[in-house]
Design a protein around this ligand. Structure first.
Ligand SMILES: [Zn+2]
Length: 240
């Protein structure tokens, strides 16, 4: 039985949702104001997002930074600028620490929309989420980068390939200084034995935030050694 097409079920479902909205009013994930409808972030907060337009911009600052760090020419984008108290800071905090995996999926859709607009993002074979250590993923209940990948493919059709695994449980990068982040990220990833061959492929690595680039550089190194032909990077935010 297909409930989504059932003439009785759809209005009944809408009715249940409206009762739920009265009992448990939906709040904007950024400012906490009560919002109408089924959106996650209010119009006012969305209008203040500091978009980078890096998806459309070759040789943008994060491409240059990652090229310097890895010695590999990379295509890279981050949807917006990260500030702790701003849009990206609040959204990332909610999906990392307050079980809002719906926000990670939605953030992925925003990134996917951006990728789908630009000619230079065409022709990639896979998107690869930056993995969490299995024990951290178990605590959180999901990997936010994987949720973002699921959102991305809604808007930018591409196969998800969970090619990387995290071999050691590291201290959360947010608690560390710049040089400590580099030491912390050294050699943390390896290639999953079960992953599809990556030789000659073009892949996009997905993560929530790009800061020093240490985590990303570590992932790039493993993929380059696996024979990947071209590596790109897509994140929700960059900064701090
Ligand atoms: Zn808001």
């Amino acid at each position: 039985m297909n409930f989504s097409k059932n003439a009785f079920f759809v209005p009944f479902w809408d009715f249940l949702c409206s009762i739920w909205d009265v009992l448990m009013p939906r709040k904007c994930a950024v400012c906490g104001q009560v919002i109408d409808g089924r959106t996650l972030v209010c119009e006012s907060c969305l209008s203040q997002v500091m978009y980078t337009d890096f998806a459309l911009l070759p040789s943008n600052p994060i491409e240059q930074k990652l090229h310097r760090l890895t010695g590999t020419p990379l295509q890279a984008m981050a949807l917006c600028v990260y500030t702790h108290e701003g849009f990206a800071g609040r959204v990332v905090e909610a999906f990392k620490y307050h079980h809002r995996c719906d926000l990670a999926l939605w953030a992925g859709e925003l990134v996917g929309e951006e990728l789908s607009k630009a000619e230079r993002w065409k022709g990639y074979d896979y998107i690869i989420p930056i993995p969490l250590h299995p024990s951290r993923e178990k605590e959180r209940g999901y990997n936010q980068a994987m949720q973002m990948c699921k959102g991305i493919v809604h808007k930018y059709p591409i196969e998800i390939n969970e090619a990387l695994e995290r071999c050691s449980r590291t201290t959360a990068q947010a608690h560390l200084g710049r040089s400590e982040r580099w030491e912390n990220a050294e050699g943390i990833f390896s290639l999953k034995e079960s992953c599809h061959t990556l030789v000659g492929k073009r892949v996009i690595i997905v993560d929530d935030v790009l800061t020093t680039g240490a985590t990303m550089a570590s992932a790039v190194k493993v993929l380059r050694e696996a024979g990947v032909k071209q590596i790109a990077v897509a994140t929700l935010a960059t900064g701090e």
